[in-house]
Design a binder for this molecule. Structure first.
Ligand code: WTA
Length: 708
């Protein structure tokens, strides 16, 4: 082992991703349970032959055919303005029609959504397709009355309540582009996104339950409107749904003329029907903001036709959704997972999708199993963070319950093999197949996963590319690293696919430079082969073709499956008057995967104090939200910097994680490294934050963290 570590250290010091030759430990295979395969939507390996490279792009019409089109497309893939791909151009459809109206013919009275409130004494609500149709139409009538029309943007800042999918589908009905901001984000964060998207309407809720308490959510709307105004964006209307219609659950007053209760507005539109607009397949459906290397979040713009086709197709073959399934994705609709695999994919297929309002461990860690049992859930989907938490709190929990999943998903972060095995054995009772799905906000749907009825599972690896997806691992120079080389590199997708986002809202140059410029050699080319999609993840491909995702290669920290940009965190810290410099780094955490630690240095004349630490923490919570609250704030005398003055985040990341700092010969001030290490590590030891041995994946991320 010692030799191996030395090896790793030597090679890391050369700092190129591709040279990090780690001896990846191989895990054994688990075949899909035969009972699962017998009923799977994809059970014949021949399905892959329909999606080979020579059949691209036409192979994806199989996904588009799952939808109802008002007018069929003229061109499957138009590459004339590469890399702004146009899928199914000339085609016309409506996402709301596809997720709601068309199911009225076959199963109007089947539950589309089952909403589970957090308080256990409140009964769950089953909303049939018929009822969903009524609600979507009525809310669409409200939006229309406000003068909103196709192409306008509205921001939603809604919690996990049925009003959220209703609002999304109502907007989609009219071609209004929705931008849902995760409810856990602060008002200020919502405000930035309102301003960036140019929304004039904010849809929110007075309050909702989280860990047994009703949070005042309306207060965030006031902050959001103010923050947007500071950036020059005026919000004309704030539509406030009430958690209990007719009864106001927030303490924050309504603002006369601007704020309106939705239940009051709806009263004037009872039973109204709004025809679904005929929209172009290439029109935008929604924006979903995510973090990147700069402080400005990226509004990923998804299309109607390509996106909906891709999430419907992957829901069918990878989530294995059948009409009679009860499907529960325990994630938040405020993230891409919820958009694609709680709302659009499952509803396009006409299934029953469960929505849970609260925290998974409220009032105890058996809550998910009680819900699953009560509702007869047979497909279960969640994140490694939730799985780790449930495992820690109640390792034998699922045993007590008569629950039988046929299929389970993990998404959003790498899952450790021992956690995977717990999920498989204890939650799935060795009867359920697992898909470890690798993808991103930008990609709309799954990119890497095993086909559940066909491919053996391998803990810790997502599997091969999804149907029609051609991934490869490239080194910095664009040379492909063959499967089994043992070398990590940048994972790219060699071809476009229907779910890929169309652009970054308002930042088309950033779209090209972040995702396509790296490996493009001819910016004028209209051949898709010249435009590999750069995902920003490090990965290694085993000899069997399976990919193991190692985490971000940009300045992004994945906290409990949520992407936080170091620049956003640092800008928030820099709003504190005493702070001169700030650097955010990831620290390995047994439950949340990673947590954030912030290093700050102070302006001359200020001394470190707990008050300054509290201010930094407060600034981050205000600007971003509680999920970003740092675990520790270290006030240090100076930051390790390169001669050009850039903070070397990987050096402080190594300090916080008790790993080797690697090569520091390029530092302008190498002496500061020992001082910081002494300060931080002794303080951590005193707090009982003892170092533990890091896994290969964790080591890889910490050692290569931050661009240099
Ligand atoms: C990471 C979430 C390992 C990855 C759908 C990616 C994963 C980022 C996996 C996207 C997985 C996602 N295994 N890592 N199965 N899935 N990631 O945009 O670093 O919130 O780039 O989309 O999460 O996060 P996002």
């Amino acid at each position: 082992m010692a030799d191996e570590l030395d090896d790793v250290t030597d090679e890391t010091s050369e700092s190129s991703e591709a040279r990090i030759a780690v001896h990846w430990r191989e895990e054994g295979y688990y075949p899909p349970p035969a009972k699962f395969t017998a009923q799977a939507n994809a059970s014949d390996p021949a399905i892959r032959e329909q999606f080979t490279e020579d059949k691209f792009p036409d192979c994806f019409t199989a996904y588009a055919d799952l939808l109802t089109w008002f007018k069929p497309w003229d061109t499957v893939l138009d590459t004339s303005n590469a890399p702004f791909w146009k899928w199914f151009s000339g085609g016309e459809l409506n996402a709301s029609y596809n997720c709601v109206d068309r199911h009225l013919e076959t199963h109007p009275n089947k539950a589309a959504l089952i909403w589970v409130p957090e308080p256990e004494n409140e009964v769950h609500q089953a909303i049939t397709y018929r009822e969903l149709y009524v609600r979507v139409n009525e809310f669409a009538a409200v939006l229309k009355e406000l003068g909103l029309k196709a192409g306008d943007r509205i921001t939603l800042h809604l919690p996990m309540v049925p009003e959220l999918p209703v609002a999304m589908l109502a907007a989609a009905r009219l071609g209004i582009v929705h931008s849902q901001v995760f409810a856990g984000f602060s008002g200020t964060a919502a405000g930035h996104r309102i301003a960036d998207s140019g929304s004039t309407v904010l849809v929110t809720m007075d309050g909702y339950y989280r860990s047994g308490e009703v949070l005042d959510h309306k207060v965030k709307a006031d902050e959001a409107v103010e923050a947007a105004a500071r950036e020059g964006q005026q919000v004309d209307k704030v539509l406030v749904f009430r958690r209990y219609p007719g009864r106001y659950s927030a303490k924050t007053p309504m603002v006369e003329g601007r704020d309106v209760f939705v239940d009051d507005l709806l009263a004037a539109h009872r039973g109204e029907i709004v025809e679904p607009a005929r929209l172009q397949a290439t029109d935008p459906l929604f924006l979903m903001y995510t973090s990147g290397t700069t402080g400005r979040p990226k509004g990923c713009q998804h299309s109607i036709g390509g996106y909906l086709a891709y999430v419907a197709g992957t829901s069918k073959y990878y989530q294995d959704i059948h009409p009679d399934d009860t499907y529960w994705c325990l994630a938040d609709i405020g993230w891409i997972t919820g958009h694609s695999y709680i709302v659009y994919g499952p509803l396009a297929l006409g299934t029953t999708s469960v929505i849970y309002e609260g925290t998974p461990n409220y009032p105890d860690a058996a809550r998910p199993w009680r819900i699953a049992h009560q509702l007869g859930v047979n497909i279960f989907h969640t994140s490694p963070t939730t799985i780790r938490m449930l495992r820690k709190v109640s390792p034998d929990g699922p045993k007590e319950f008569d629950i039988h999943f046929k299929h389970m998903t993990t998404v959003g972060e790498p899952i450790e093999p021992e956690v995977w095995r717990w999920y498989f054995e204890k939650v799935g009772k060795a009867e359920a197949v697992i898909v470890d799905t690798w993808w991103q906000t930008e990609t709309g749907g799954f990119l890497g996963s095993t086909l559940p009825g066909i491919d053996p599972m391998k803990p810790g690896s997502c599997g091969p590319g999804a149907l029609g997806i051609l991934p490869a691992i490239l080194d910095e120079d664009g040379t492909e690293l063959p499967a089994g080389s043992g070398k990590a590199g940048n994972i790219v997708i060699r071809n476009p696919w229907p779910g890929v986002f169309q652009t970054i809202w308002g930042q088309p140059e950033r779209f090209v430079s972040t995702y396509y410029a790296k490996y493009n050699t001819d910016p004028k080319s209209t051949d898709w082969r010249d435009w590999p999609y750069f995902a920003g993840d490090g990965a290694v491909q085993a000899a069997d073709g399976y990919f193991r995702i190692l985490g971000r290669v940009d300045d992004v920290i994945n906290v409990a499956g949520h992407r936080l940009g170091t620049k956003e965190l640092e800008s928030a810290a820099l709003t504190v008057n005493e702070v001169a410099e700030a650097a955010a780094v990831p620290v390995v955490d047994d439950i949340r995967g990673r947590v954030v630690e912030i290093y700050v240095s102070l302006k001359p004349g200020f001394d470190p104090s707990p008050e300054i630490e509290a201010k930094v923490s407060g600034a981050i919570v205000t600007d971003i939200g509680k999920i970003a609250r740092p675990k520790n704030i270290w006030i240090v005398p100076d930051m390790p910097k390169t001669r050009s003055g850039k903070i070397m985040r990987r050096v402080i990341a190594a300090t916080s994680n008790f790993t080797d700092t690697g090569d520091i010969t390029t530092l302008a001030n190498p002496e500061v490294v020992d001082r910081i290490r002494e300060q931080v590590q002794s303080a951590k030891r005193a707090k009982g934050e003892a170092p533990r041995e890091l896994s290969e994946t964790e080591q890889h991320e910490i050692k290569s963290f931050g661009s240099e």
